[in-house]
Ligand binder design. Structure first.
Ligand SMILES: [Zn+2]
Length: 233
């Protein structure tokens, strides 16, 4: 676990799907949970800092993909934390609906090769559904933003005073900023609009679902990426 900024930590060695811990006096909040394999690593890394799984009080989910909710069943069981997600992702996270992937015949090249059939994920109850404008009482107020495209009910979380953005898979930071993989993004046009919406926040720190956080010139990098995304549409 590595500190990103005051109160905000990122877990290490989770393979795919970044998980963030927001550590405050009244408990720990997680943003996403990684693959199923991540749970034991998350518990161990928290223990190394003197925390128990029961110190996790909130789990915020950006979207219902296996690399973001894989450890949710285990972490929910160990912590009994309150799980937050959008109403649209709730049935997917609860294992009652499959994630929405683009039809294979609409994909080409690498995306077609990467394409998978959507399957039901192991379900975990969502306790609180949140949407645009809601403020979660974490980190002095985390504002909920609806940023659909990669999934229909994708959320981002934004702390406006400290200018910290958790953007999930709307933007990936893998060898530079990039759009999410087409094979798992049913509405790329909507995702592009979501990139523009997030870039307009001019964040100081961006914590991605995949790739290292951006802590230097983040606003400029996002703005340049949004411009590129708009012109290449
Ligand atoms: Zn995803």
């Amino acid at each position: 676990m590595r500190q990103i900024t005051a109160n905000v930590f990122g877990f290490s060695g989770l393979m795919a799907g970044r998980v963030y811990a927001i550590i405050e006096a009244d408990g720990i909040s997680l943003v996403d949970t990684g693959l199923a394999l991540a749970a034991s690593k998350i518990v161990r890394q928290l223990a190394a800092h003197g925390y128990l799984p029961t110190d996790i009080k909130q789990i915020l989910i950006t979207h219902g993909h296996g690399d973001h909710i894989g450890s949710l069943p285990t972490l929910k069981r160990l912590s009994e934390a309150t799980v937050y997600a959008s109403a649209r992702e709730k049935p997917i996270i609860e294992g009652r609906e499959k994630p929405v992937y683009p039809p294979r015949d609409t994909l080409s090249g690498v995306a077609r090769w990467m394409a998978r059939d959507a399957e039901l994920l192991p379900g975990t109850p969502v306790d609180e559904t949140v949407g645009e404008g809601d403020v979660i009482p974490v980190l002095g107020g985390l504002h909920v933003l609806e940023v659909p495209g990669h999934t229909p009910g994708h959320l981002a979380f934004w702390q406006p005073q400290r200018r910290i953005l958790f953007c999930g898979d709307v933007i990936l930071n893998l060898f530079g900023l990039r759009l999410p993989f087409a094979a798992f993004t049913p509405d790329m046009a909507a995702n592009r609009a979501s990139v523009v919406k997030l870039a307009a926040l001019a964040p100081d720190i961006v914590c991605f679902g995949h790739g290292n956080p951006l802590q230097k010139n983040a606003a400029q990098a996002l703005e340049a990426f949004a411009r590129q995304v708009k012109t290449s549409a």
